[in-house]
Design a protein around this ligand. Structure first.
Ligand SMILES: NC(=O)NCCC[C@H](N)C(=O)O
Length: 304
């Protein structure tokens, strides 16, 4: 039993193995087997979800487990029971808990303070590790590798960006060029952790705030919606700061071979134009489907 709360819970070998397995499940769904038969998986989402919740629910069922789904108001934490007591009780009945938490990222570690039930982070405010697993799976399926890929990310340094940085920084020669609006970058902690991985692996992570200064010839352009789930921006004029970071076809003039990734949901006309999202370079919906295979690979890893 192993927890997956941050990408930093995975060794480089674990990360590669999960992504390899997810790509295999995508190409050969029949290789799934029923390794979770007899398991009961709890699915607890305190925030809205379309892809992640469905991917983990469908993935657990496909692997032979049964699931219990809790809505945001269902558990007794809403009436004052502690997270500690909740984790203790759930771990005596469930094999895995897949949880999307509210404001406090530490809640997942509290739920994981037991050694019977694996806890999977289905997105917290600070990191979205299972999104990065789907992103890497998409890259491996498209390019056959992550090593050496050059990725340009435009948008907020949110949970998906943090996970992308913590993931790509493990792969030799991979480059992540982040262009984040001033005041909306990665946290200093995430940047330092990603850069420490990059120094060790030979990757490179560079962030700055000028959307007009972008590298040519990148392999991937990635963005995410401007309003991160469950958060609000204190500056009422924040849209003006984000507007120059919109992904348009102009980027393909200098990176004609780039694929486009988006973690979805998307707002056409905000962070990306419809022409790009629905255009020939976009892998956004294949990336969404890869959430299923990467969720299955993550469940298998947690239970092995
Ligand atoms: N693919 C997903 O899990 N999408 C959910 C929203 C992700 C986005 N980073 C957000 O926090 O709003």
């Amino acid at each position: 039993m192993r927890h997956l709360i941050s990408l930093d819970d995975l060794t480089d070998d674990d990360l590669r193995a999960i992504v390899r397995r997810a790509a295999q499940l995508a190409e050969r769904p029949r290789s799934a087997g029923t390794s979770l038969r007899g398991d009961v998986v709890g699915i607890h989402f305190r925030k809205t979800s379309t892809r992640t919740r469905t991917a983990f629910s469908a993935g657990a069922l496909r692997l032979g487990a049964q699931i219990i789904a809790y809505g945001p108001g269902d558990l007794q934490t809403n009436t004052g029971e502690t997270v500690e007591d909740t984790g203790r009780v759930l771990s005596s009945m469930l094999d895995v808990l897949v949880a999307r938490t509210a404001a406090d990222p530490a809640e997942l570690r509290t739920l994981a303070a037991q050694d019977r039930m694996a806890v999977i982070n289905a997105m917290s405010e600070d990191e979205h590790p299972t999104q990065a697993l789907a992103d890497l799976t998409t890259l491996v399926r498209r390019f056959g590798r992550v090593d050496g890929l050059r990725v340009l990310y435009l948008g907020e340094g949110n949970n998906s960006a943090a996970a992308l940085a913590l993931a790509l920084s493990r792969f030799p020669g991979a480059e992540l060029h982040l262009r984040t609006p001033p005041g909306y970058g990665l946290t200093a902690d995430v940047l330092a952790r990603a850069q420490a991985h990059a120094i060790r692996s030979g990757a490179s992570i560079v962030e700055h705030h000028d959307p007009d200064d972008v590298p040519d010839g990148v392999d991937v352009v990635y963005t995410t919606r401007w309003e991160t789930t469950g958060t609000s921006k204190p500056d009422p004029d924040w849209r003006k700061v984000f507007a120059p970071f919109q992904v348009t076809t102009q980027l393909w003039r200098t990176s004609p071979g780039a694929v486009f990734l988006h973690d979805l949901p998307a707002h056409r006309g905000e962070e990306v134009t419809a022409e790009v999202l629905d255009g020939p370079h976009s892998l956004a919906f294949a990336q969404a489907e890869n959430k299923l295979y990467s969720a299955m690979a993550a469940l298998e890893w947690c239970r092995s």
